[in-house]
Design a binder for this molecule. Structure first.
Ligand SMILES: [Zn+2]
Length: 196
């Protein structure tokens, strides 16, 4: 175990977590992050500031992105060590319109600038914002994607309404509207680490 790395730590299966719980918790205490997968999908992130559920886009929205931008998301079936698109879109459905707009922007840019050919590498929520990583592209395209993704800090990750960035007592961060925020608050459990 512990040989699979992503850009933010290591992925482990639920079985490995149970089997090596003490060893893993020692590493978390030393500052390392782990992402626990179930049936190949990231499920929770264990970090020094707490345990967090990994959000994921629903099947309908995911399939729509794959079918409308088949070329951009062509690495989705590659193994994890080649592309993290194998995890799907690890953000809420409220950001679907923004992810769609960025995918269309990239596709149109590459059409006009063939030298900026690229493939989506990972699309996820991090620190309350959308991250849309590509393999390839050029500096202009990377800047355009970053600027578009900044809009996520004002869009509810759950329902697309205007939102602000919220922080939980354990340091978890999510961008939510006034309507969706209370539901997230009910998930704050200081004892949540014990649920594993
Ligand atoms: Zn909302």
């Amino acid at each position: 175990m512990l040989d699979r790395r992503s850009d933010e730590g290591q992925t482990i299966t639920m079985t490995e977590l149970r089997r090596h719980f003490h060893k893993i918790m020692n590493r978390v205490a030393a500052g390392q992050e782990f992402i626990v997968t179930m049936r190949g999908n990231p499920t929770v992130r264990i970090s020094p500031i707490g345990v967090k559920e990994v959000p994921s886009m629903n099947k309908e929205n995911t399939e729509r992105l794959y079918s409308d931008f088949d070329h951009l998301f062509r690495d989705r079936n590659k193994p994890e060590k080649e592309s993290l698109m194998c995890w799907g879109f690890t953000c809420g459905d409220g950001w679907f319109p923004l992810v769609y707009a960025i995918a269309r922007m990239i596709t149109e840019y590459v059409k006009a600038h063939p030298e900026a050919e690229c493939a989506a590498f990972q699309v996820k929520e991090k620190f309350g914002g959308l991250r849309f990583y590509i393999r390839g592209g050029d500096d202009t395209l990377h800047r355009m994607i970053w600027e578009e993704a900044q809009k996520s800090f004002a869009i509810c990750e759950t329902c697309s309404a205007p939102a602000i960035v919220r922080t939980s007592p354990t340091g978890a961060v999510r961008t939510l509207c006034d309507g969706c925020y209370p539901a997230w608050r009910t998930t704050w459990r200081p004892e949540s680490a014990r649920l594993i």
